[in-house]
Every structure is written in C-alpha cells, then in structure tokens.
Design a protein around this ligand. Structure first.
Ligand code: URA
Length: 289
C-alpha cells in the first residue's frame, strides 16, 4: 500500500483526528465516551453522497397477498417445505408455531415482496418498514450486517446511519463505491431498541438472506460484526479470532471475510487499522479470483 492510499484511507476513516459524536438517533447500538463527543467530526466527511438515488431500493406497495398464498398460486414454485420450525414455549408443551419459508425458487421481486409481507416473527409489529437490501444485484461483492437500526427502519435501506457512512468510506477506501456492492442484513426488521437479534428471529429470516446470496452469487462476502458472522458462519467463535482467515459459507465455497462492525469502529477508532487489514485481505482474495 502506498502512502497516498494509506492517507486517503486514514482520512476517509478519520483515524488520527476524529471521533464522532453519537446521538441516540443516529447510532443506535453504540454509545460514545463523553470526551469523544467534544472532538470535531469535520475531518470525517463522506467521499460519496450519504444517499444516492441510484442505489435506492424501489419502495414496495404495502397491501399484498401473503408469501404462502403467492407460493400456492405460482405453479412452478414449490410450496415451502418446513425448513426450520421455531418453537414457542407454552405452559404445557413446546410446539412448533412458525415455519421459515423456502425462498429458494423466488426471483428478486417475489423475494422482496415476501420480505415486505413477512410477519413470521414479532418484529413486524414494531418495524416502520422492512429493510430488504440495496445495491448492485450482480456485484461480485456482498456486505452483510446484523439488522436495521433506527435510521434504516425510517429510510428502508441498510446502513444509512452514521455506521453506514463509515461503511461507505471503508468501501470507498478500497475502490468500491457503495452502489457497486450489494448490502443486506441478517434481519430485515429492526429489533426494538436495537437489541441483539434473537435466535428464532434470525432463523426465521435466514431464508431471505440465503436467497439474496444465491441470487447475487457474489465472489466474496464481507461480514461486518459478531452477530452477522456468527449467523452466517454458524459459529460462536469470537470475532477477533474469525478475522484474518478466509472462511466459506456452510454448504458453499463462497469465501467470507469477517471484519468489525462499523458501529464498533465508531466507538473504537483504533481498531480501524485492523478493519483496513481485513479489507486488504478481501482485495487479495478477489485479485486471486
Ligand atoms: N447496523 C447493521 O448491522 N445494519 C444496518 O443496516 C445498520 C446498522
């Protein structure tokens, strides 16, 4: 890496001078030390627009038939075999109450509609809207995060809050404008108060992400954060130990690189150097393809 590239990256990521001021409205899961809030955020300006209509996901109509109805109506789409029953405990017994749908035959618009219609877990009650995914559906690169936060819930797009702006800068630093990748999350609905996703929520949502991955068919997936890494790789290994290795998705040879969540990097700017190393590794993996 030459000095100029490094400096651009440092500037883009705000490493030497910047720590952001985080308000409850813009970075949900994260809090900032009090002294960090005093430091000027001006050094950290996004090199690309925060929002760009070119990568907006078209907003979907709100009144729809259910996924099950659509599947039943679509002759060439098999009805969903039960893939992952999720049990609910009652006083007497444990009974399966929800079945994750099989999305494996859906096209993009069917899949997006399924997500809009989804009421499989309780998160549909508190969401403002679903957050499907955004970007180039034919990209070689896919970025997967955890779940929408407050801003994403409002705008219907992943990674549009302060963490999203840092993610944009990280991608730009390795020559990837946001609209050149495909970005999605493990969960398509915001957990209340940005709590961690529950296991049953992730299980019920998994089919949507799996189908997104299959449709994009990326050459490389970058997973940001512990929750997304654990869900994607079916592991509980600490994130620090997942970094620096090229993983593959279970049941596929798609390479996966794990790095820190940008919200964590907002809190721990010193770790941005490690994120830079992770992105360099990603670049190397791609270059070898
Ligand atoms: N954090 C995530 O993991 N995903 C988003 O879309 C926003 C914040």
């Amino acid at each position: 890496m030459d000095l100029q590239t490094r400096n651009q990256y440092m500037k883009a990521m705000g490493i030497p001078v910047w720590m952001p001021r985080v308000t409850p409205a813009d970075e949900d899961q994260e809090t900032m030390p009090a002294d960090a809030a005093q430091l000027a955020p001006a050094a950290f300006q996004s090199p690309i627009p925060e929002q760009d209509e070119t990568y907006n996901t078209p907003s979907a109509p709100t009144q729809h038939i259910s996924l099950e109805q659509r599947l039943a109506q679509t002759a060439d789409i098999p009805t969903a075999p039960p893939t992952a029953p999720v049990a609910e405990k009652t006083a007497e017994s444990v009974i399966p109450v929800k079945i994750a749908p099989d999305c494996s035959q859906l096209n993009w618009s069917q899949l997006q509609q399924s997500v809009v219609d989804c009421q499989l877990c309780g998160l549909h009650k508190s969401r403002a809207q679903t957050v499907f995914g955004v970007g180039d559906t034919q990209s070689d690169w896919m970025i997967i995060g955890e779940a929408p936060g407050a801003e994403e819930d409002k705008q219907g797009q992943p990674f549009v809050g302060r963490a999203g702006r840092l993610l944009n800068n990280m991608l730009a630093a390795v020559g990837l404008p946001r609209n050149a990748v495909y970005i999605s999350n493990v969960l398509k609905c915001r957990p209340p108060n940005n709590r961690d996703p529950k296991a049953d929520e992730a299980t019920l949502c998994r089919g949507y992400l799996e189908r997104q991955i299959a449709l994009v068919n990326p050459k490389l997936i970058i997973v940001v954060g512990r929750i997304a890494a654990h869900n994607l790789l079916h592991t509980t290994t600490p994130l620090g130990r997942l970094r620096g290795t090229v993983h593959t998705l279970p049941d596929s040879d798609t390479p996966v690189i794990v790095t820190y969540h940008p919200a964590y990097l907002l809190r721990q700017p010193a770790e941005k150097r490690k994120a830079w190393q992770d992105l360099q590794l990603a670049r190397q993996v791609m270059a070898a393809k």
